[in-house]
Design a protein around this ligand. Structure first.
Ligand code: UP6
Length: 255
């Protein structure tokens, strides 16, 4: 759990992608990530353009986009430059290492082309972490030092099995691959888990917290919410809001 400012964290973080997250948050004076769960390129890009000035990060699920293609990728890249936001593809890779390498780089969703970070589940063990680290470290990878990953360390929905040993293992694997793994999706700081496994000096993992909404009621499919204040008090560095922002009567005011 860091008590430094985002500017300080940006200036000393060894990973260039992590630095850019902190720099962007500082420049935009925002730690908001908007989860743009739309089903058409037009709706996704419209959201990114409208809310772009207010957010530090855009979170995509490009496999929701029925007309996904080059225009989607180009649009995302153009808007991220125009409004200075980072892009997180919430793909939740979970397969064996060999498959995930192809899903990430060169596959139909072109994830390595547009996403600064992508998340993975470590349900299948270390292979996935090793596999993705290898892709971005390969000499012919075109976005060297511009891409990183985060681990889904727990899940917001009711009855999640991503707890206890799974969460502890998430920390251990991020530590052993910290060249390319820069943080976690987690509902709160993982400081207690971090201190339960052997110490790593000067590490600074980023905590991205999903399930953010001013209405704390959740939805009918098990989603559970926290308010932005609760999340930040619990150790969130970036807060991730979907329907709480884009489905609000005036989305810009909800930012
Ligand atoms: N998400 C969660 N919980 C997790 C991980 N990811 O809700 O533990 C993702 C969902 C969705 C967004 O896939 O894209 O965050 C939450 O949307 P909402 O704010 O509209 O509930």
């Amino acid at each position: 759990l860091s008590h430094k400012t985002y500017a300080e964290r940006a200036s000393i973080h060894p990973n260039l992608v992590a630095r850019r997250f902190f720099e962007t948050a500082e420049a935009k004076q925002s730690n908001l990530m908007v989860s743009a769960d739309f089903t058409s390129t037009e709706a996704l890009l419209h959201c990114a353009d409208t809310l772009g000035p207010y957010m530090a990060v855009l979170k995509t699920h490009v496999d929701l986009i029925h007309d996904f293609g080059p225009a989607t990728v180009e649009g995302l890249k153009t808007l991220s430059k125009k409004h200075n936001f980072m892009i997180f593809e919430d793909r939740k890779f979970v397969d064996i290492g060999n498959t995930v390498q192809k899903q990430y780089h060169g596959g139909a969703l072109r994830i390595s082309e547009f996403a600064d970070i992508v998340n993975v589940s470590i349900l299948g063990g270390e292979g996935i972490v090793e596999a993705l680290s290898q892709v971005v470290a390969a000499p012919d990878f075109p976005y060297s030092k511009e891409r990183a990953f985060i681990i889904l360390a727990d899940v917001t929905s009711k009855g999640s099995l991503a707890t206890g040993y799974y969460t502890q293992k998430s920390v251990e694997l991020a530590r052993s691959h910290n060249d390319s793994f820069i943080g976690f999706i987690a509902m709160k700081s993982l400081a207690d888990v971090e201190s339960a496994v052997p110490e790593f000096p000067n590490e600074d993992f980023i905590i991205f917290t999903t399930g953010i909404n001013q209405a704390t009621k959740g939805d009918k499919l098990g989603q559970q919410y926290k308010t932005p204040t609760q999340a930040v008090q619990g150790g969130a560095d970036f807060i991730i809001a979907g329907r709480g922002v884009y489905a609000a009567p005036d989305p810009c005011r909800s930012c």
